[in-house]
Design a protein. Structure first.
Length: 266
């Protein structure tokens, strides 16, 4: 009998939480280009940093097995020499709340928005490797998550050296792209062997966006993998936002996805 992959819906922290890349807020790799007006930052976003619970309550009714939560490194470690334990504790509360609803929780260690202090070309710098490993251990020890994804989209990070679509906003730097890819792979391999993080890493994953045609979504759902991630529960704002399944009307969150889409996702 063919095993169905676990279907998780994503929560892209940088896009949905609010409170990044503004005055006196945690800074990410997007801060320089936001300051230059190249694109808008997340601003207050959907304010989920204070109210993740409000959207998590709707997930079980939508038929998902769990959530993939991006634990934002810039919020936990806004400066190289400072770890915000209260932020780490908040993420732990969110993960625990989701599990209390019967949901699985997979956490992302590095997504598209890494801390500004790592530098725009972080994936070329050898000193960044132990920093990622320590952050992964920190998150796994603090959150009782069911699974771990080290990099949400490693190829997107590499593309920052090729097509200027994401930091470091380079173009055609093929040698650097190959070096970045090798370093990202070495970090993943090191964490795979790590006694704290390794046992939690989800082996095979795939993502699907909800703004694709239903035929494409249905085809993606048939992929052979351990966890399939539907992007995303909430749209959010800023350069990493993605089409969402929920919308807020006043202070109340409601499902905006069509019943036809939800039926396919189930």
């Amino acid at each position: 009998m063919e095993r169905r992959p676990r279907r998780y819906v994503t929560l892209e922290g940088y896009a949905v939480e609010g409170g990044f890349d503004g005055p006196y807020q945690p800074s990410t790799c997007f801060r320089p280009t936001i300051a230059l007006g190249r694109h808008l930052g997340p601003g207050d976003a959907d304010g989920l940093w204070r109210d993740y619970e409000g959207v998590l309550d709707l997930v079980p009714t939508m038929g998902f097995d769990g959530v993939r939560l991006s634990v934002e490194w810039a919020r936990i470690q806004p400066r190289r020499d400072h770890v915000d334990e209260s932020a780490l504790a908040r993420y732990a509360i969110v993960a625990s709340y989701a599990q209390s609803l019967g949901l699985g929780v997979t956490v992302v260690i590095v997504d598209a928005a890494w801390p500004a202090w790592l530098g725009l070309e972080a994936w070329l710098l050898p000193w960044v490797v132990p920093q990622v490993i320590e952050q992964a251990r920190r998150v796994v020890r603090a959150l009782d998550a069911n699974g771990v994804v080290v990099f949400a989209n490693p190829e997107s990070l590499v593309n920052g050296f090729l097509d200027s679509s994401v930091p470091p906003w380079r173009q055609g730097a093929r040698v650097d792209a190959d070096l970045a890819r090798d370093q990202i792979r070495s970090i993943h391999a090191a964490l795979g062997d790590d006694s704290v993080v390794g046992p939690k890493i989800v082996a095979t994953t795939r993502s699907v966006r909800v703004d694709q045609p239903l035929e494409q979504i249905s085809s993606a759902l048939d992929a052979e993998c351990d966890e399939l991630y539907v992007r995303s529960l909430v749209r959010g704002r800023g350069p990493t936002s993605s089409a969402g399944l929920l919308v807020r009307r006043g202070d109340v969150w409601r499902v905006q996805a069509s019943e036809e889409l939800l039926e396919v996702l189930r």
